[in-house]
Structures are given as C-alpha cells and as structure tokens.
Design a binder for this molecule. Sequence first.
Ligand code: 26V
Length: 801
Amino acid sequence: MELKHLTKEQFIRDFKDTLHEEQLIKVPRATPSELFTTLAKLIRKYYTDTWIARNHKLSGNQEKIAYYFSIEFLPGRMLETNLLNLGILDLVKEGFADLEVDFEEVVQAEHDMALGNGGLGRLAAAFMDSLATTGYPGFGNGLRYQYGLFKQRIVNGYQVELPDSWLGSIGNVWEVRKDHDVVDVKLFGDVYLQANEEGRIVPVHNNAQVLRAVPYDVPQIGFENNVINNLRLWDVEIPEEYELYYPTLDARRRVQDITAILYPDDTSYEGKELRLIQEYFMTSAGLQTIIKSYLKMGLPLEKIHEKVSVHINDTHPAVAPAEFMRLLLDEYGLEWDAAWNATVQTMSYTNHTILSEALEKWDAGLFKHVLPRVYQIILEIDHRFVSNLAQNHVDAGLIERTRIVKNGQIHMANLAIIGGHSVNGVAKLHTELLKEDTLHDFYVLYPEKFNNKTNGIVQRRWTQIAAPELSQAIDQTIGKGWRKDIHELEKLTAYADDEQVLNTFYQVKKEAKARLAAYIKETTGVEVSTDAIFDVQVKRLHAYKRQLLNVLHILKLYHDLKDNPEKNMVPRVFIFGAKAAPGYHFAKSVIKLINEIANLINHDASLQGKLKVVFLENYNVSLAELIVPAADVSEQISLASKEASGTSNMKFMMTGAVTLATLDGANIEIKDEVGDENIVIFGMDKDAVYAHYAAHDYYSRGLYESNPVIRRVVDSFVNGTISNAQSEGAEIYEALITHNDEYFLLEDFTSYVAAQERIDALYRDQKSWAKVSLMNIAKSHKFTSDDTITEYAEDIWNLKK
Ligand code: 26V
C-alpha cells in the first residue's frame, strides 16, 4: 500500500471499516483501548507489504546483516513513532479530530513496552529505530518477557513494586509470531565425547532438557524511507514431543519462568541460574537462526563473517562466541581454527559501565551444570588463549589477569573481548577509562580492538513526538528541513540574539511546563508555578548518580529560607523521577527521604512558594516524554568517571534545558559542543577523583567538621528536621560520615552550590537564559543515534545501506 497517496478521507473510511470488522461497533461507542487496537491493526495493514518486501530483498541481495543481541530493549510506546516514521502522524491526528476522537487518549491506551531497566535498554531501542532510519540491515535479538520493568508506586513515601503486565488483555499489537522459525535450545544433561563413523570426535549430549524458542518479530519502521527491520524477541515453550516430561502445572511454570520477568537489578551482579538460562536461551536461539538463514545463501560457513555481524550488548549475551563455536563445530562440522576465525570476525562487544563489579562472572560449577557442552568449549578457548600467549612470552601475570576461567569463575567480558574483534565504550571519557583502567590489560594485548562510539538518542521521539510546539517553533525559524536532516538544527545559532525568536522558544518551554504542572497537580496534589525554574533529575536511583547531592542542596536552600524568608531567589521546583532496584536498600532510603523532604517543604507556608519538591512515581519512557521538554535545568551530577555516557543529558539538551553537570560521560562532549558559556560545570574532574583514590586521602568527616554549611545540612538527616524517616536519615548520615562518603558528595557540595547560584543568576536574565537554551538545541544534533549507528555500521560491522 502506497502511503504517500493516503488521504485523510480514505484513512477515516479505512478506520471506520476496521473498527466495524474488528470490534463490531461505531466510533462513538469505542473505548480508547478499542480505538488504539483498531488503529494499530489498520497501520499494520498499511505497512505489511513494505515489511515483507524488505525481508525478501535482504534475503535475495545477500547483503551483510548485523544482529544486535541485547537482554533489554526499552522502546516505550510505539504508536506515534510508527505513525511519524510512516509519514502519517499529522494525517491521523487530523482524521481523529474530524471523528471527534481525542488522539491523546488513544495514544495513552498503549502500554509502554518496558523490557529494559534504563539507559542500556533505551539505547538498544534507539539503535533499532536508527538502523531502520539509516537503512542499514540490522536486526534486534532479545527476550519477550511476560512482565517488563516493575511498576513503581509510592506508598507512605516508600517505593512499592508491582508487576508490569504489559501484554494485558490486548497483547502486543505490533508483534508477529513466527512459528516457521522456531528452534530448540538444550540445557543441562551430561556430555561425553565419542568417535563417530567417520572417526571424528563428537560430543554426545544425554538427558538434556529441550526447550522450544518461539520468535515474535516487532517491526522497526525507518523514518519516511520504506525500510522496516525486525526486532526479534524470543518466547519459551514446551515442545509437544516432550510434554510428558512436564506433567504438573508446577513443572510447566518452571519453564515459563525463563521468559517471565526482566531482572530489575542494575546494581549488583547476582549469579542466578535463571538469569544464565535467560542469557543462553536468547543467544542460542538467535545464533541458530542466523546460521540457518546464512546457509540458505549457499555460501561456506567459514566465511559467515562476511555476511553476518553479531553484536554483544554488555556482557549479558557474552556466551555468544562460545555458543557460536559450539554450533559451528558440533552441528556443522567445522574445524577449530576455521570456526574460531569466523567467530572472532563475527563478534563485537560494547561495554556500558566502568564499574568492574558489573562485569558478569559465572560460577564454573553452575555454568557446567546448566551448559555442559558450552562449558567444555569455554575451557578449550581459555586453554588455547593461555598457551598461545605463553608461547609468545607474554607476561604470566598479564595472562592470568585476562584469561577467561580462573578461581572457579568464568569471566564473561573476557570471553567477549577474546572471542570478538571489537570492544567499544559509549563516550570518549568512558572509552579512555576502559583503556587505562577497567580493561587496561586487554588494551595492552589488543590495542586495535578498542574504539569509541559515543551514544546518541532518537531525536525524532524527543522533538517531533514529545515536543510538538517546540518542533513548530523550529519549523518557523529555520524551515522543516531539520525533521529529515537533524544537522540543520545548527542553523538556529544564527538566531541566538534574535529577541523575537528567543521569546518564542521561551514561550514554548512555558507551555511544556504548564502541561507538566497540570500532571504534577493531578498526580501529587502539589501546585507549582511555571515561573519557577523546573530543575529535573530523572534516571535510575544509584549512589554514583548522586541524587543525594541534589537533596543536600535542597536542604541548604530550605535552611537559607528558614533563616531569611526574604532571601532573593528565583522560585525552584525540584523534580525527581527514579526507580530503585528492589533490593537496593540505600537507593530506597533516598527515595523515602526525598518524599519526606517534599512533605516538609511543600507544606511550609513560610517558604512562600519559593521552593517545591516533587517525586513523580513510575518514571518510564512515556513519563520522560512529558518531563523532558518541560525542564529548565538538567541535572547530570554523577561523580566524574562513573557515568559511562548518560543519554537523558542529550534529550534535555535537545529540548532546550541548561545542563548542570560534572565532567563525566557524554557531559564532556556536550560541553565541547555548546562551549563553556552554554553549560554549567562544577565539581572534581576524573583526574581529581583518581588522585583521591591513589592517595587514599579522602576524609568526609574532616569536611563535615570544618564546614558549618555542610555540617548543618548533614545534621538535618538526624536531628529531627525531617519527620517519618529516622532510620533512613541515620542510614544516609552513616554513609556520608561513618563510611566516608564513597562518591565524594561533600567535596563537590560547595562547588555544586556555587553552580546552582550561577543558574539562579542566569535565569533572572530572561534573554541570556533563552540564548543558552537555544544554543543547546542548535548544537544537539551531534547526539543523534542515526550517526552513532552509522559509525557502528561502518567501523565495526562493515555494512552497506
Ligand atoms: C550495573 C551494575 C551492576 C553491578 C554493580 C554496579 C552497576 C552499575 C551500573 C550498572 C548498569 C550497567 C549497564 C547500564 O545500564 N549502563 C548504562 O548504559 C547507558 C547506555 O550506554 C549509559 O548511557 C549509562 O551511562 C550507563 O550507566
């Protein structure tokens, strides 16, 4: 179906027909959910031919394909993105207006697809969009969890987690189940080696548990280019022929558990058997299908790397090199050297955190029990790695530090690096730190494997969809070309002193703030003024991200205002959104404290509305779309060196917030783009942080005792200032003083306060503020994931459009 020629009238007819056929009703009676399902079904009809054509073309052309393996994908809602990318978003909105249907209500009937925790999963989803938009053949491979990231409720100030049953009664309207592509995955059992008829030594795998992997494809529609790629998500089923092995409901449930939930923990690595099974299940299923479709081209397997790239997103799919070896050796009879060469050239790996605790290590006994044959192969890879280096007289200590299997553990990052040809970090500083610190030993061995790929965001979602008024203001200023070529945003720099333009953008921000203010009022009951600075920190709750530093500053402002109610300051609304991992005690205490401090401050009339604190529950992609365009200040205040990149920093910049940041992750590259005058930087840099580590000279109690401002703020956690949070307050006090403030909040506090004062001063001068804001929008095009993915495609995967 040629959507180019679709008219509003035709759309309305199609929509009414579909509603009639599918739901047997007319528009006025339909619920938002029925309207949503109907619209989704109609859109599917519109794009199906394009999707099929794309799949045919790719298999016919024999072009190289990249497969992005990720245990998380976090797309959020798909309806508006799909409509936008098909080029019919405005047409549908107009059609619905004619039908007197509230389009926004229909949008909200879609449940967020939240199969990810945070930045890593959102990045994977962004890459899917950008692969389709740039036209590269790139497919996603992941798990179809029954339950996504938990739904957060705040009860009495505490986080409570509820299951996110995102498939609900509608299911996933976009997916297509592909029964013809099922594969089997084997777990457990015993393996021994035996000579076959030809005298080849082959493994015999007895008593294995056989599971069926069933793929569901979710279309990834490129922006106005007729390209549709697949995101393939695997579900688990019991093969019919093995049903007798699962006679009880309990036994069946244990199988379903494999794809039941997304692990909600990004704070501590747990060597759980079920998680290992999840990782292996999606990796094995994906690799099996890849090999099968490669072989259909009639090409030799030892050259598979010429047509296939497999990308390992963080260590979760890092069993891939070993599983690929298993398939090539055991299932397809390749010799070791040919298989290893193909494997290394096929695989590549992205690291997403410098925290070495985050690199997965599996207990060798557990691994051997679950994956006996893969374990043997890993031992062999490790053995060859060690003896090869030893023959080349590599330092024994270096070999020991980089080998895969040691001290009863399997080091998955080591496998991903040794078994692949590329390792990348996600921002310049992060990649430098990997080279000089976290992965330094590998950098010594394989300098040529290391490269940087700074993260990016899908600018279309954060402007055209989340900020329609802003997008119109950009249209009016520089024309519509930026919607197709984001680099045209640079043209905005010519208007940095144009008062009329600045004023328009200032008003646009106000409108977004008004929308958020209404939501805040509705969900929390707190009234906030759009004349106040909207100061926003939204991201996972993590000690290293330092939400607590933000809290310390709020307490300082509170004390200042209590001392002097006439204090001259621009009113502030501090807005938080953050989920804590369910078992992360400290993070949950910070949430409780934010909520109690909000209670204290929001109910204190003596503050004259100069200070408000809001914690918005259940932060997710859809809520981000409401919050981000409404922010004046973007808080990116992690301890320098800890935030690999950050991506919300890019989203805020793109919608005209001023970044208040440490020199960490991609903040540094944002600063390089906008210049020192258009960003507010504070705190220690990475060298200062590392100097403390080297000298072991950080002493928070000293700062606390010598600085009365710090002392007063810290004391308010334990002296009764904050009600209903005694134990949490004591815990924070302990972390800061007794446990020596692991993330150096107290040292950065003073420069953070000064930076906040610079924000206050800048905001008073409306024109200067508007100029900084505009410059941020103008320079944000640097961070489009379309360009990031182009770099992956060209430098790592070697793809053609
Ligand atoms: C995991 C763990 C596990 C063990 C202990 C500490 C710890 C800390 C963080 C994590 C999360 C790692 C994966 C992740 O989500 N990384 C994020 O990836 C984003 C996309 O590249 C990036 O922008 C964020 O800076 C990075 O935190």
